[in-house]
Design a binder for this molecule. Structure first.
Ligand code: CA
Length: 231
């Protein structure tokens, strides 16, 4: 059974989320403050985390960053829940490592659609075991990415993006192509979201100072390509 950890300090919202998620077949576990959240992530090993932005003691942002820096936890998909609605906050939620973002008040069916879409893209694809491109090696089963000997740490959305790029290296994918391949048709995601995740993927791939592997093709999109330019 898929386990969703709810980290939210509004008790009424926790009740609504637990009720609706359990009705949709998910197992749930809820904590109401930031301090307990990390303990719960470690002890409950959830399949997905719904993480409130503003929490007592430790903020959702801090929790998200900590999870993304922890080798044992970083693969867990995270949807941030927030009362903030400004576009900048949305982009910053994604850039600190959240996979998706819902602004309160949100529709519960929409949230459930997003949870399912995120779990689909975080799920392992068993048909292909490994891929190699230039100095990049990806083990799809173990979700392990390496550049040369260096382990590259990717969140689930970035991993899925890389998987799409690796289906046809050097092909230019439009933002719309990537949206459909990574997020699916069911939910509305802005193309700017693609840019944020591609940026995160690029930063992680190049974190050891290696040559850039993602080419930005102006007004067209992105491709996985070995760069010949000096960085
Ligand atoms: Ca809150």
């Amino acid at each position: 059974m898929t386990k969703v950890l709810i980290v939210e300090d509004e008790e009424a919202l926790v009740t609504i989320l637990k009720y609706n998620l359990e009705k949709s077949g998910f197992q749930t576990y809820a904590v109401t403050d930031g301090k307990k959240a990390l303990e719960a992530v470690r002890s409950q090993t959830p399949d997905l985390i719904l993480l409130d932005w503003m929490l007592p003691h430790v903020s959702g942002v801090e929790i998200c960053k900590t999870i993304r820096q922890d080798h044992a936890l970083r693969h867990i998909p995270i949807i941030m829940l927030t009362a903030r609605s400004e576009e900048n906050d949305k982009v910053s939620a994604l850039s600190i490592g959240a996979d998706d973002y819902m602004t309160k008040p949100f529709s519960v069916p929409e949230l459930i659609a997003r949870i399912k879409a995120l779990l689909r893209r975080a799920a392992p694809k068993p048909e292909k075991q490994t891929a190699v491109y230039a100095d990049l090696t990806v083990d799809f089963e173990k979700k392990r990415v390496q550049r040369g000997d260096r382990i590259v740490h990717l969140g689930p959305t970035e991993f899925r993006l890389l998987e799409v790029f690796l289906e046809t290296p050097e092909k230019v994918f439009s933002r719309e192509n990537l949206l459909t391949a990574v997020w699916g048709h069911a939910i509305h995601v802005e193309t700017r979201t693609v840019d944020v995740h591609v940026k995160r993927l690029r930063q992680s791939l190049n974190a050891g100072g290696e040559a850039d592997l993602i080419r930005t093709v102006r007004s067209m999109g992105y491709a996985l390509t070995v760069s010949t330019e000096k960085r």
